[in-house]
Design a protein. Sequence first.
Length: 216
Amino acid sequence: MNVLVFAPHPDDAAISCGGTIAKLAKKNSVIVVYMTGGGGGSISIAEKKLVKLRKTEAKNAAKILGVKKTIFLGEPDGFLEFNKKTRQKVITIIRKEKPGLIFAPYTNDKHTDHKATAKLVLDSVWKASGPWHMGAGKKPWRTESVLMYETWTPIQEPEHFEDISKVISKKVKAINCFKSQVKDINYAEAVKGLNRFRGVMSGLGTYCECFEVKEG
């Protein structure tokens, strides 16, 4: 099965669902789509330099998690929009990669780029399945399942839990690839705590990632 992960910024895939990616990558082809270049993620590094740096960091993290392919759309960090161009890109990717499972941000995440990504993915999953938008590929594709992950905003009523206890160290290692980001904010420690909380409260593992479930 092909698995598509849509990440608003270069570090979001590892932070949000890196453990689940590592598990799935053992038997499936995981493809991560980075919506923005992440150029707005620092006040000490110039935007063009940071985009290049974060692309390298993303590739290194993806390698650790076992990701087969990375796609960088290069939309502006902090200004991702739901429009004809971005929706066409997402529909095209879905039809080309033919995923059985898609990951995207939680619909109520407070970050605007995350909200835009969620809206783009959910709309494009529907549009990709029907006889519309010739410019985005002529063969419709229906994705069976879409799982929405938590990043900035915890999911209020999680519907699916994934035990990542055996791969938590791999997830932390992938997050720490993003040296340009973790030098200012200890994302690995924060996320490890969240995953521990999810594991304890669900009773399904020492560390868990949780998701909101959407039908394809």
